[in-house]
Each structure stands twice: as structure tokens, then as C-alpha cells.
Design a protein around this ligand. Structure first.
Ligand code: C5P
Length: 306
């Protein structure tokens, strides 16, 4: 490793995800749930900037709608784990600055985005030249959504979500995203799902209908096919979310849904103009942040290096 010729500083950007389909099966012996999911990366981002330093230090800056108090404490961040995985427990130092645009505990893979971005950024900073296949394996060790955060776009996920295969997607899908000041814990939502559905099949519901809708490029077809098994558990823990989804649909969204384990609600719209209109209407009646964006976008990628 020749630190002398490595970049002084670089920034890697990673996107938020929505689950267009999330089929959940009964828990496996390891406690994780088998999934059949279709991910899409959308234009809300975390930027991870790393610079050479003697100590390893992680600091956060948050967008005004992101709850900074909900962030993990020193040494407990997924970025600390990413550093130890990619370069061993005695890894070199780095100053890591994370600018968070993705809500914390929002069901949009914000932590996973930071983990994926950190793997890519630290690999470059420390000139490790880790092969892509190894990066995907390390990502899967970091968390179920982290491999998707590396590949981005639209992808089919199986296993516990970590086995990802890119799906051809030439569409531009317009989304209104409504965040929630108070996050939901992913394990808590899965636990509630186990309580609500004790007789669930071990085989999750297939995302084939969503994959066909993506191939058709037709927003109405996608709206009809979208599905999230965890939505019932999220509604049970947070009844306000059910009202929010209904409100967005009554304001003209083709379909509203909780994404992942929630509490973020996403609304598919027919065009950019319709998304701006639905976003404007939701902004007038919600105190939480309302963002308008589109997908698919790229996974973790370098945006600057000097
Ligand atoms: O893999 P990740 O660290 O993101 O998972 C967080 C938690 O979510 C797990 O500890 C587990 O409680 C739950 N989970 C699950 N089944 C999955 C993915 C996550 O039960 N397929």
C-alpha cells in the first residue's frame, strides 16, 4: 500500500432505495427473513468524503429534514465496520465526513448507502484494489441492502436481500417521497410482521408482476403491481402512515406505499409535472419533508477526487 501516491481526498455518493416489491417469508433458522424484492435506487443521496489522516474518525452533517440525533454513536457506525472489513482491524486512519440526505431509520437504506460508499471510498483512498466480487461479498456481510447500494439502478433481490441481479430498466419513474421525523426500527417491524403473520409461508411472494411492469415502462402497470408485505406491520406500529398513503393517492399519485420497513412513504406519479403537483399538495398538509425525485439512478459512485 503506497499512501504517498493515493488521492488526498475523495467523495463517493450513494442513493436511497425504494422497494417496488417486498415479499417476505417466514424467518429462517438464522433469524433473517427470506425475501423476494425489487429495489430501485432514487435521486436522494448520502455523500461520503474520505481524506488521509492518522486517526480514524467519522463525522456527520445532516440535511434539515434528517434527524441527526438518531445517528449511531462513535465506533458503532456501519462505516467503522466497513473499514475493518476492507482493511482489517488495524486499518489506516481516515477522516470520514458523511453528508446525509437519506433519512435515518427511514426504510430507504440510508445506513447501507453509507456502508457501500465507505467500501468504495476507503478502497480508493487506501489503494487496496479490492476486486468487485470481493466488494459485493463484504457488502453482504455489512447488511442485507448493502450489495444493492453498490450496484444501484433497478435490481431483483433474493436471499435476505443481499443476492442482487440488475434488471434492465429504461424508464424514468417519478416519485414523491414523504419522510418521517420519527424513524422505525427495521428489526421491530420484522418482529411485528412475525406476530401478525405467524403462519407465513417460508417462500416469499414473487416480484414477477413488478419485473414485468418495469419491462413495460408503463407507470400505471407498475402502480398496480407494487407490493410491500411489511406495510401491514408498519401501519400497525404507525397508523398515521396508512392515512398518509391514502392522502397521497387522493391527491393524484398513481400509487402510494410504505417503502421497506418504513416509515418513509413513496408515491409513484405519472410524470414529473404530476409528481410536482402531488408533492405540492402533500407539502401543504404534512409537517414532514416532501421530496420529488426520480429513479433509477446509479449505485455508489465516485463524484470527486483530488
Ligand atoms: O441486514 P440488516 O443489518 O440490514 O438487517 C437489520 C435487521 O433487519 C436484522 O437484524 C433483522 O432483524 C431484520 N431483517 C430480517 N430479514 C431480512 C433483512 C433484515 O429479519 N431479510
Amino acid at each position: 500500500m503506497s499512501i504517498g501516491s493515493s488521492p488526498a481526498s475523495l467523495t463517493v455518493r450513494a442513493p436511497a432505495k425504494v422497494n417496488l416489491h417486498l415479499g417476505v417469508g417466514a424467518p429462517r433458522p438464522d433469524g433473517f427473513h427470506p425475501l423476494d424484492t425489487v429495489y430501485q435506487a432514487i435521486g436522494i443521496y448520502d455523500d461520503v468524503t474520505v481524506a488521509a489522516a492518522s486517526e480514524f474518525r467519522v463525522i456527520f452533517e445532516t440535511a434539515d429534514y434528517v434527524d441527526g440525533l438518531a445517528l449511531p454513536g462513535r465506533g458503532e457506525n456501519i462505516v467503522d465496520r466497513a473499514a475493518a472489513l476492507i482493511a482489517g482491524p488495524d486499518h489506516p486512519g481516515a477522516d470520514v465526513r458523511i453528508r446525509k440526505g437519506i433519512p435515518v431509520a427511514g426504510g430507504m437504506a440510508g445506513g447501507s448507502a453509507d456502508g457501500a460508499a465507505a467500501l468504495v471510498a476507503l478502497d480508493r483512498l487506501w489503494e487496496l484494489e479490492t476486486p468487485d466480487t470481493r466488494l459485493l461479498e463484504l457488502a453482504a456481510e455489512l447488511g442485507s441492502d448493502v450489495p444493492f447500494e453498490l450496484i444501484g439502478g433497478t435490481a431483483h433481490g433474493t436471499g435476505r436481500g443481499e443476492l442482487v441481479e440488475q434488471v434492465a430498466d429504461s424508464g424514468t419513474w417519478w416519485w414523491v417521497v414523504v419522510t418521517s421525523t420519527q424513524g422505525l426500527s427495521t428489526p421491530a417491524v420484522y418482529r411485528r410482521w412475525d406476530e401478525l403473520f405467524p403462519d407465513a409461508s417460508p417462500t416469499p411472494l414473487s416480484g414477477l408482476a413488478v419485473l414485468e411492469a418495469i419491462a413495460s415502462g408503463n407507470p400505471l402497470a407498475l402502480a398496480r403491481a407494487m407490493h410491500n408485505d411489511l406495510e401491514a406491520a408498519a401501519f400497525d406500529l404507525r397508523p398515521d402512515l396508512e392515512r398518509r398513503v391514502a392522502l397521497g393517492q387522493s391527491e393524484g399519485a398513481l400509487r402510494g406505499m410504505v417503502t421497506g420497513s418504513g416509515p418513509t412513504c413513496v408515491f409513484l406519479c405519472g410524470s414529473a409535472e404530476e409528481a410536482r403537483e402531488v408533492g405540492g399538495a402533500l407539502r401543504r398538509s404534512c409537517s414532514d419533508a416532501v421530496l420529488v425525485t426520480s429513479g433509477p439512478v446509479a449505485g455508489a459512485h465516485l463524484v470527486s477526487s483530488w
